[in-house]
Design a protein around this ligand. Sequence first.
Ligand SMILES: Cc1cc2nc3c(=O)[nH]c(=O)nc-3n(C[C@H](O)[C@H](O)[C@H](O)COP(=O)(O)O)c2cc1C
Length: 196
Amino acid sequence: MQKVLALAGSPRKRGNSDLLLDEVLKALTNQDVPTEKIYLCDLNIGGCIHCDYCYVHDKCSINDDMSVLYGKLRETNYLLFASPLFFLSMPSQAKAVIDRCQLFWSMKYIQHKKVAENTSPRRGIFIGVAGQKSRHLFDGIKATMKYVFDALDMEYYDNFLVNNTDSKGEVTQMAEVLREAHELGEKIAAEIKAQG
Ligand SMILES: Cc1cc2nc3c(=O)[nH]c(=O)nc-3n(C[C@H](O)[C@H](O)[C@H](O)COP(=O)(O)O)c2cc1C
């Protein structure tokens, strides 16, 4: 069965985006779907230096923990990317990963090569949390995720966005939100199981 890759983008472990991600993962695990969760803040990943090495090679010039993620991102058909909003964008640990996905953008649009070998549909799901209330908070980060999922040859399959949530672990008090996160996991599990 296909494995779901989950990237936790917040530097605050057991924070809101992390807990929502866990709720989705719990639903997947309950349905026996294999998952792998990685805390990006535990990895040593530097920013893209725009050296353009990836315009002519299938790899990045920087040798760090992104090398491991590159393989996982190419293999997975389901990516859960969880992040809080930091200055209307994302924490630098998560943004470094996004920028290093320039490798995939180059493979796709400059080298015209396949990003993923397997032919099953690839799907990206974004889980976002923000402290403020405005309805337009997530416009920028959604555009970023659309762009990176496209570089990864993934459909921007779904969003799970929660605003007005600031204190660490506040989502544990939001029964409805947790239920909806669980349902998202169940939906993904049902699809994966249908694909066999
Ligand atoms: C450096 C920093 C920048 C932030 N910028 C924003 C912001 O631009 N808009 C917003 O709504 N919340 C902002 N927040 C609040 C977080 O998005 C919010 O606390 C969220 O619940 C954190 O999620 P986490 O627990 O998963 O880390 C910011 C928090 C920090 C620490």
